[in-house]
Design a protein around this ligand. Structure first.
Ligand code: ADP
Length: 403
């Protein structure tokens, strides 16, 4: 039994309700459009701003699939602009038709209806190889097909928007869960690190205070002062650990920016050397040499932190002399810190700038594994780079900034 228009519509509506994307809709519509009117070809045209895009077609020979034309220069554009169908029995007699575009095709007659009449988003075209006028019934059916197409496209758009929204929210949620988890890990690392790292300076403070109390005689001033120095250095150590911890959070949040100013680098490095004097081991000296001009334009606080970290590591991880060398020429500013200490095991060298990383040969020494991570952030924030070479004979860190 031949399919009636109603049958075609029922099947079409069912098929469209299952279409997942625009391609699916077009595949159904281009076929049904021909079936409904017995046309020799059908096109599915989409409005793309001020152009008509011939997105799909089903015809006895090729039409314009993939082409774009300005709205004003084609009949599908006319249909969209005027929000009404166009019926043309002889295309070569109608001024709305660009004859040149039709000459290579089989088309003699056409019917074109807008998709979504109120505010057209496209058009459906029907074409005949011989002069033909569709019946009013066929035209109504074609317009009904265009209307149901509009509803399907809108549904797909709504579904896509919703799916995108669900995806965005899921991503935001999982990102915040990851951050939450990271914070949790960070907290527990901090607790175990703090309880370990705070014990030594706190113990030193307690023993120095106890001893200083005992030195009551005036002539014991020297001894008292020695203990005050120990207390000060231990407190400074505690503050440094806390500051490192706070900096990491801010650095990772990206809220820290370099505050560039002109200053005397040689003088700053000299101060740094004096600051680590108190940490030096017996028979360990720090030799500092500078070559070239002395003025730089960098972040003074960050530079202090970088050099102090590298120097205190050199002191901590070696027993012998340390060299701090700075060089400024017209191209760059170069600072190197060299020690002759335990070195960084080769297999672990690529992790050395990671947060909390401590090499396997350094576990017996105090440390948090935060210093070099902060140093790298600070160097990068000032547009510089840091690298190192290390062997069991010692380590050299090199920090470079373009001038
Ligand atoms: P910390 O010294 O507090 O552990 P850092 O981030 O400064 O943390 O250094 C990370 C790790 O890199 C250290 O634990 C140590 O294993 C290694 N390291 C850093 N500097 C040196 C050095 N000069 N010599 C040998 N090992 C070093």
């Amino acid at each position: 039994m031949a399919e009636t228009t109603t049958d075609i519509f029922v099947n079409t509506v069912q098929a469209l309700s299952l279409a997942k994307d625009l391609e699916g809709v077009m595949r159904i519509v281009r076929r049904v459009a021909r079936e409904l009117t017995g046309a020799d070809g059908a096109t599915f045209v989409l409005r793309d701003k001020d152009q008509c895009y011939y997105a799909d077609e089903d015809a006895i020979s090729p039409l314009w699939k993939g082409s774009r034309f300005p709205l004003e220069s084609c009949i599908s554009g006319w249909v969209m602009i005027h929000k009404e169908p166009a019926l043309i029995r002889d295309i070569y007699e109608d001024s709305r038709i660009p004859a040149e575009a039709y000459r290579p095709t089989f088309v003699k007659s056409l019917a074109m209806v807008p998709i979504r009449k109120l505010d057209p988003i496209g058009a459906i075209g029907n074409y005949w190889a011989n002069q033909h006028t569709p019946t009013p019934e066929q035209l109504r059916a074609l317009q009904a097909l265009a209307d149901i197409t509009a509803v399907s496209i809108e549904n797909i758009n709504i579904r896509n928007t919703l799916e995108q929204e669900v995806k965005d929210r899921t991503r935001a949620l999982s990102e915040s869960l990851i951050r939450e988890k990271e914070l949790g890990t960070l907290k527990s690392i901090f607790v175990s690190m703090a309880s370990h790292e705070f014990r030594t300076p706190l113990g030193a403070i307690l023993s120095s205070v106890t001893l200083a109390e005992k030195y009551t005689a005036t002539e014991q001033q020297d001894k008292r002062e020695k203990h005050y120095r120990r207390i000060k250095s231990s407190v400074r150590n505690l503050i440094d650990i806390l500051n490192d911890f706070l900096s990491i959070d801010k650095l990772e949040a990206g809220t820290i920016v370099a505050d560039m100013e002109r200053f005397d680098l040689q003088a700053l490095l000299q101060d740094n050397v004096e600051e680590v004097e108190g940490m030096r081991k017996e028979n360990q000296s720090i030799r500092f040499t500078h070559t070239g001009p002395v003025t730089v334009c960098l972040d003074r606080k960050m530079m202090r932190n970088i050099v102090l970290n590298l120097l205190s590591n050199a002191v901590k991880y070696s027993e012998r002399d340390i060299e701090l060398v700075s060089l400024i020429n017209e191209r760059e500013i170069l600072i190197t810190v060299t020690d002759h200490g335990i070195g960084i095991p080769e297999a672990q060298q690529d992790k050395i700038f990671s947060k909390f990383f401590r090499a396997s040969n350094s576990s017996s020494m105090q440390g948090t594994g935060l210093g070099l991570n902060i140093v790298k952030h600070y160097v990068n924030l000032q547009g510089g780079n840091i690298d190192f070479t290390s062997s069991p004979e010692g380590t050299t860190f090199r920090v470079r900034f373009p001038r």
